[in-house]
Ligand binder design. Sequence first.
Ligand code: AMP
Length: 534
Amino acid sequence: MNEQIEAQLIKSYIDGGYWQDITLGDFLRDCARKWPKNIAVLDAMESLTYEELNKASDSIACYLAKLGIACGDRILFQMKNCVWHTATLFGIAKAGAIPIMALGAHRYKELLSFAQRANPVAFITNEIYQGFNYPALAKEVQLDAPSIRDVLTVSDMMRAAHEGNVLTAEQYAKRRPEFTDPCVLTCSGGSTNVPKLIPRRHTDYLYDAQTFAAFLDMKQSDVYLIALPASHNFVFGNPGVLGTLSLGATAVMCENPSPDEILPMIDEHRVTITALVPAVLSAMLDTLSWDDAYDTTCLRLLLVGGAVLEEQLARKTLQKFPGCLRQVFGTAEGINFCTSANDSDDIVVSCQGKPISPADKWRIVNEDLCEVAQGESGELIALGAYTIQHYYNAPEAEDSFTADGYYRTGDKAHVSAEGNLVVEGRVTEQINRGGEKVMPSEIEGYLAAFPGIEEVQVVGVADELLGQRVCVYLIGEPEQTPEQTPTPMQLNSYLANLGVAAHKSVDQVRSIDSWPLTSVGKINRKLLCEWAAS
Ligand code: AMP
């Protein structure tokens, strides 16, 4: 986008009072002053008050500074949900550095590509966790990403926090970034093969989280369960951890998004709010249908987003949790929509509501970027005080934005009669597998080299549990028998060996002799989807 337009937008957000001169570090210090003894964050093992969280992050910042991490340096960050996730992120912010928010499922391919984009100087990761050797993976990435000087683990962060070092006012001020600087680089769901990094600014991320918390009428008495990966934008800043901390409330870290961990935590900690993707919601409702051991009456808000929520599942949710469901449409790039407290059940089950900020602008447009009539389908584009105008170090992604700065979501949607957003799917071919995004062309690229595969097409197919599943169509070598068609398990272990994220899994494989073609001679992918669904 034109620098002049960007400068004008920034000025308008500052003049309009949307952006304050505040960083994540300032924010936590302020919270600790206001609510020192409130519990800020807890997990199955321990808890930190606001005062303790502030001190722990000071000490982590001192440790990072001692390692030579400078203001503006990037740090690859891949950590499980725990109190140290929060403490480390604030420690990084106070050191003036910028975390790259990798997910636990990311593997060599994704991590190396983040490293190549952002040249991180350190990699903070888990210990061996759930049978996976994260430090070994980090070292493997380090070999090919020479900018990474140090590989550090959760234990290093805990040790650093317990050293109790204090960041003096002078040290703090020296490392304090500008409020308009990036505070995190989150990972894009991806509309290209190479994952992109999203630079969210200190001020815009805080504005987003606080505006969302106000939209939901969150209060200090709320207890927010972080059930999805805490580095995901939906649970870190929408309103998530940041929105919770902005009120002096408590964030509860759940390690795995499975009902047998979520439900006991809701019951034990009297959780009032959580954010789930439809696949996790569905699993939770299933468990509740046969297991009544847990008291979930404390829940007052169930935020559901990340993928299309089928109406049937939405109605089932309302039966179990009357008045609690709020649909959320969110993107790590910014723009958030949400249904409102006073929406009827019929509205809540059928749309994703309205934007959370009066500064949000949005349109549904056709291929020529002209606005379509109400009710007509098109692509959702958005602009606002917390939506990015460019990706990090990705000039090739310019076409994700319009000339006047709107972010092109790639989502197909229409506006309902009541003026709400109704998301229908994607205008691009991205597959939404249980809330995780998979680009068919990326998987096709990897599988093209699988022994015995001559040609391959990957399509997303409607799936009751996942929303969409990944189906691979392949043409094998001429002498191949049907029995030699690889199974999903074989393809998945091949992908895992290549170092591809675990969530980019193949669910279904079909062998075919020749491709069905459209009238213009292109492979008829729509027909492939229909066949795979049948
Ligand atoms: P991410 O950047 O990983 O947060 O993913 C954002 C994308 O998730 C959006 O562009 C949509 O494709 C999808 N998404 C988010 N919320 C919803 C929703 N409520 N319904 C359908 N798709 C959604």
